[in-house]
Design a protein around this ligand. Structure first.
Ligand code: PLP
Length: 429
């Protein structure tokens, strides 16, 4: 599943002992395993090899340039959602012809930039946006390729904040409106509307919701064919779930087996947009224990990372496994877990002034001491990319390990970075 493993009492990332690394890089920091990242990409590529899809890694999961360019080198395209991601995508070495652009709120300027760069297509989320892209393309004397994002109204059985394919969500266009758009497609003279897109949510662990959504879209493709409307692309989005705790998510092979027969029927070029599946288990957040605070109700383990560094527990009540970087004063089972009698129930919390600033609640963990290092696992996706400067905390460093070498792929921010661009109006001075 990943390349963060114990050798003796020490946690290693590939061939590097994490404790050794933490003497060179100040905590907290994100640590990525190149091998884990690439292995996940290859698993998906292999599972779908019979149709040779374009796999556009979803940059929002983790847009570090080293991560993106590692995947681009493996043949990945990129799924973007903003002008900023477009800018970073161009720096990653990806061909514009492998960039797809979603988002319900693309601005005029973002559309212009994407058209000038020549991306593969836009995933369009409303009629108003369609008109806007048409207008911008006309002004630039260009044609824009467009896929209509369908909202298939399926229940993906995941957290409500990462559910995107119900009609109550802001994403996509219902089938009936989409059909009308296709029927009047000639009115959009500067658009080539030749694809469909779905993305029903994230951290979906069973294939049934995907199958149900893809079936509905495949039927729609057939319905359009009857109207002599031929498409080129079907983008089935991302959303594949991963193991954070004890989930049993579908494997890449199981997913492919479930959806390939329907995809093949469509005869379209297939695009996938996975983010979490590729990056999630390829990263951890390394934090140091600052204090142990015992109250009548709880034992709090206060670490130097906070919800500004990894917001998933606060935002989604997400579970992240937490492991000691070194097993010292307690015996350990083969699995890397401490034996039961040496565990204690603790809350792992950060230094931020919010009660939502936690990484674990009432978690049974091996005895932890001040100064210990902890690994917050499964933090490679929606970790750094959702981090902020809240409480004026500098965003942490990102480090990538490739076999026995490590690379700082993003420097820790300095205090000066915190005031970059800020000014005090002269009349206040
Ligand atoms: N595609 C779109 C349009 C998305 O909105 C997202 C995530 O929100 C993704 C792909 C990636 O999802 P995941 O990381 O679950 O694979």
């Amino acid at each position: 599943m990943h390349d963060f493993k114990y050798k003796g009492n020490s946690l290693y990332c590939e061939s590097i002992r994490v404790e050794d690394l933490s003497k060179k890089v100040a905590t907290p920091f994100y640590l990525y395993s190149y091998k884990t990242l690439i292995d996940h990409f290859r698993k998906l590529k292999k599972a779908f090899r019979s149709i040779n899809p374009l796999i556009c890694y979803s940059m929002k999961a983790n847009s570090n340039l080293a991560i993106c360019s590692s995947l681009v080198k493996e043949g990945a395209g990129l799924d973007i959602v903003s002008g900023g991601e477009l800018f970073k995508a161009t720096k990653s070495g990806v061909s514009p012809k492998k960039i797809v652009y979603a988002s319900v709120g693309k601005t005029q300027k973002e559309i212009q930039q994407a058209l000038k760069i020549g991306i593969l297509f836009f995933n369009v989320e409303s009629e108003a946006e369609l008109e806007n892209i048409n207008r911008v393309a006309r002004n630039l004397k260009k044609d824009a390729k467009v896929a209509i994002r369908i909202n298939p109204d399926v229940e993906p059985k995941t957290h409500q904040y990462i559910t995107t394919g119900r009609l109550t969500n802001k994403f996509g266009i219902d089938f009936r409106t989409a059909k009308n758009i296709f029927l009047k497609r000639k009115e959009f003279r500067n658009l080539k509307i030749n694809g469909l897109h779905i993305h029903i949510g994230s951290q979906i662990i069973k294939s049934a919701p995907f199958v149900s959504a893809i079936k509905r879209v495949a039927n729609f493709v057939a319905e359009l064919k009857k109207e002599l409307i031929d498409l080129e692309f079907l983008n089935i989005g991302g959303g594949l779930g991963i193991i954070y705790k004890d989930e049993k998510p579908q494997t890449a092979d199981e997913f492919a087996k479930a959806v390939l027969p329907i995809l093949k029927q469509t005869g379209l070029k297939i695009i996938l947009e996975p983010g979490r599946f590729i990056a999630g288990n390829a990263g951890i957040l390394v934090a140091k224990v600052l204090y142990i605070k015992k109250t009548k109700a709880k034992t709090f383990v206060i670490v130097d990372a906070g919800m500004n560094d990894l917001i998933r527990p606060a935002l989604y009540s997400a579970y992240h496994e937490i492991l000691p970087i070194e097993h010292r004063a307690f015996p350990r089972l083969r699995s890397g877990q401490a034996s039961i009698e040496h565990r204690k129930k603790v809350d792992i919390v950060g230094p931020i002034c919010e009660s939502a600033d936690f990484f674990a609640k009432d978690r049974l963990l091996p005895r932890i001491n001040e100064g210990d290092l902890l690994a917050i696992m499964g933090a490679g996706a929606y970790g750094f990319s959702m981090s902020s400067n809240y409480n004026c905390r500098s965003r942490v460093a990102e480090v990538m390990v490739i076999k026995n070498k490590f690379f700082i792929t993003r420097k820790r921010e300095t205090y000066n970075d915190l005031i970059r661009g800020e000014t005090i109006p002269s009349i206040l001075k």
